[in-house]
Structures are given as structure tokens and as C-alpha cells.
Write a protein that binds this ligand. Structure first.
Ligand code: DC
Length: 229
């Protein structure tokens, strides 16, 4: 009997480093499931705003709401759909600038991170999983088969973010986007619980000046070396 291959690929890195694009490409090429854990934090931030909570001023109100939120990753035709209280989470809503402005505040609440772990790990039995975030190699999947940390200079990341429609406020400039990214990096990498940092056993890739396909090719080569896929 041939069992299903269980392979976990952890991809971490700062905002707009190209990790989502790389993770999506890997899922497609390897026939695996792509999990964007940033979207899970964005969903909690969005739900908090909808409930009239200011996560920065009142993190306890976010924590108090957690039992009312049923957040799941549901496998549907080869992709994992994020579901909140039985309703698919709308991508446009969680990528809105209002959500981006508060998501780091939500992601630094220890109770939220703890609550998130089981929801993120729930998909491990599905087979090949490519999970991206900030603490996947360090905390969520410490035994992952391959761990990558993808980064790029702040200028390069600001340029990439500016090209992503819908994620920046109208009228944003390279300087204002760079400042927003720098502030999120600061909060993400200095928080007490599960800060953004490469796992000790992660391979680090700096992607300045690289095409998306080049990054995916490098990761695929590293995965093949390690797994024989
Ligand atoms: O990847 P992203 O920019 O969509 O992430 C949104 C926010 O969530 C960002 O502030 C970092 C945080 N995050 C986190 O703390 N841990 C993760 N595993 C994924 C995202």
C-alpha cells in the first residue's frame, strides 16, 4: 500500500518579501495545499473591526471575542478555503488598508497566537502542505520537512507592495509604503511571543532583483535535495 506523502514546507519572512508568491508557486508545482497564515490573522483583525473593537486600544476585547469565532481551513478542490463562522472569508475585505493597519496589533496578542495554533496545524494530515507566515518554522511546524526564510531589502519590498492593487491606501508613495512596512516589521519582530525570525535550521534567501520564477526554482531545488520528490 502506498501511503499519502506527508511533507510540510515552512516559509517565513517579512511583509512583501515575495513569500506568498513563492508558496503559491510551490503548491501548484508540487500539488500541495497552500496555507497563508497571515490571512488567518487578518481575518481576526477584520472580525474585531466589524465588532467595533479597536485592537490596539483594547486587546482584551479581541481575546473575549475568540470563543465566538469559528475559524477553519476547509479543503475544497485542491485548495484550502478560510471559513469564519461557516462563511468563506472575503479576500478583498481582509486585504483592505484598514485591516493592514491593525493586523500587527492583533498578531502580537499572546492569547490570539495560542488560539491560532490548532487552527493552523489542523491541515497537517492532508499531505503536502506549504505554509507561510512569520513563525511557521520556529513555532507552528517546528518539525517541518523544509524551512525557508525569504526576505528582501525594505526598498524592494515597498516597490513590490506598491504594485499590489488594493493593499495600499490611494495616494500612497514609495516612502509612505516603506514606512508602513518598516513599522509592521518592527512590531512583528520585537513582540514577546513568536517574533518574526528565521528558524535555526532555515535556509535564508534574499530575493532582491530576482524574478518570481527564479525564487520558486531555488526553493524547488532545495526541496528536491531534501525529500527526493
Ligand atoms: O503575511 P501578512 O502580511 O498578510 O501578515 C499579516 C500580519 O500577521 C503581519 O502583521 C504579521 C502577522 N503574522 C504573524 O504574526 N504570524 C504569522 N504566522 C503570519 C502573519
Amino acid at each position: 500500500m502506498t501511503g499519502k506523502k506527508m511533507i510540510q514546507i515552512a516559509i517565513d519572512g517579512p511583509a512583501a518579501s515575495g513569500k506568498s508568491t513563492a508558496a503559491r508557486a510551490l503548491a501548484e508545482r508540487l500539488g500541495g495545499y497552500y496555507v497563508n497564515t497571515g490571512d488567518m490573522y487578518r481575518t481576526v483583525a477584520w472580525a474585531a473591526l466589524q465588532a467595533g473593537i479597536d485592537p490596539d486600544a483594547d486587546p482584551a476585547a479581541v481575546v473575549a471575542k475568540l470563543p465566538a469565532w469559528d475559524l477553519r481551513l476547509q479543503a475544497e478542490e485542491g485548495v484550502l478555503q478560510l471559513i469564519l463562522n461557516d462563511v468563506p472569508v472575503p479576500q478583498a475585505a481582509i486585504r483592505a488598508p484598514e485591516v493592514a493597519a491593525v493586523v500587527s496589533q492583533v498578531a502580537r496578542i499572546p492569547e490570539v497566537r495560542d488560539w491560532m495554533l490548532d487552527r493552523q496545524r489542523d491541515c497537517r494530515h492532508l499531505g503536502i502542505i506549504i505554509m507561510e507566515g512569520r513563525d511557521i518554522g520556529t513555532v507552528v511546524l517546528p518539525d517541518a520537512t523544509c524551512k525557508f526564510f525569504i526576505t528582501a531589502s525594505p526598498e524592494e519590498r515597498a516597490r513590490r507592495r506598491l504594485q499590489q492593487a488594493g493593499e495600499v491606501t490611494p495616494g500612497a508613495t514609495l516612502a509612505s509604503v516603506a514606512a508602513d512596512i518598516a513599522e509592521r516589521d518592527r512590531i512583528d519582530s520585537t513582540r514577546a511571543v513568536a517574533p518574526l525570525k528565521p528558524a535555526a535550521d532555515a535556509e535564508i534567501f534574499v530575493t532582491d532583483g530576482m524574478e518570481k520564477e527564479e525564487v520558486a526554482d531555488l526553493l524547488i531545488a532545495a526541496i528536491k535535495r531534501k525529500t527526493g520528490l
